[in-house]
Design a protein around this ligand. Sequence first.
Ligand SMILES: Cc1cc2nc3c(=O)[nH]c(=O)nc-3n(C[C@H](O)[C@H](O)[C@H](O)COP(=O)(O)OP(=O)(O)OC[C@H]3O[C@@H](n4cnc5c(N)ncnc54)[C@H](O)[C@@H]3O)c2cc1C
Length: 384
Amino acid sequence: MAENNYDVAIIGGGLAGIAASILLAKAGKRVILFEKHKYPFHRVCGEFVSNESRDFLISLGLNIEELELPSIDKLNISTSNGGMKTFPLNLGGFGISRYLLDHKLADIAKSNGVVVMEGTAVMDLAFHDALELHEISTSDNTYTARIAIGAFGKRSAIDKQMNRPFIRKPLPPGRNFTAVKYHVKANLPDDVIELHIFKDGYCGISKVEGEGRYCMCYLTTAASLQQFGGDIKAMEEGVLFKNPILKEYLTHFPSLYADPLVISQVNFSRKLPVEDHVLMTGDAAGLITPLCGNGMSMALHAAALAIPMVEKFLEGTLNRIELERAYTNNWNQLFSMRLKVGRALQHLFFDERLIQYTLSALQPFPSLSNYLIGRTHGKAFVSK
Ligand SMILES: Cc1cc2nc3c(=O)[nH]c(=O)nc-3n(C[C@H](O)[C@H](O)[C@H](O)COP(=O)(O)OP(=O)(O)OC[C@H]3O[C@@H](n4cnc5c(N)ncnc54)[C@H](O)[C@@H]3O)c2cc1C
């Protein structure tokens, strides 16, 4: 049993979970990370990383220079009328596939002594008040930890098992979203992220590592897909093709996967940063609308925020109540406004006429568009 006892157990090995595990291991803590998939694997994500987290990724041990990644500092937006407007991205970012990024970070975690349980889904998570311990059960073992970090992403079986409020009430199809991702072979500028708007959705395309490889990823409502009986190709032809740029890209850029990756039941409802004494990080604490291109940096930033507090708890200078209160307050201070602005922007993007008007009004004022984008991003950070 002592072997299965850890300072910290992290459920979910995406960016939030792996980053948290590396920080804890570097601080000398016994940490176990559970990830239901085996690295490397593809995920649905636009794969544009804001420079907000560049220094932090380097501090974790990621050699960004060596990877020769495309640097992105412009945003092109098109609507169904075919016009494309260009906006500068002051903070900028870079493109990297999650296949590569998560794999590299998982290797860094392992080399720092994190026990990485790949291909292992957590089935049950419970807090024992009397023992002051979390009990984490997988299909073939049970583990205990003084702290549990929920890094299980936007939606997991654990959310159901914990009966989290955001999952209790099913959302109507208009507020429930489906996301689709391709890697395609293309020949577009390396330094631009393009965002193409269509009825009830938007599609991003930008360069990732590898010759001619681009990530193309879109979000739309479940209602839109339902109209086509759940047939992705039929929906693309019936809806996305109305934007002439998307029609050209979806017709002419060959996909590098046999089938697109698809996730459903994406929802942007509010969540709580602490539930049943589990500290939630990344999308498990709150999902920003993808058009902001900042969910990955938020996931990394949440790990950087939580871990110094967790260390204080483990070393006895914060009690559990103080830890949970401090984390909740700091999380809300850092991220609540970004989520709110992100939801409002997505609302605007779903109204094609209003967005056409807004883009035309914004284009002559790059400082105004940068101000708006800045409201969904934070400043560059490293862990304290
Ligand atoms: C369509 C779309 C496009 C996006 N584009 C961008 C973008 O371009 N730029 C950007 O910055 N952000 C983007 N995002 C957001 C970004 O993908 C997320 O914010 C980010 O991945 C969050 O990281 P995370 O670690 O919280 O969760 P994830 O990366 O989702 O990781 C969660 C992990 O938990 C694991 N897991 C779940 N349940 C269990 C369990 N029971 N046991 C064990 N493991 C479990 C999962 O397998 C998964 O690996 C996009 C999101 C969407 C939906």
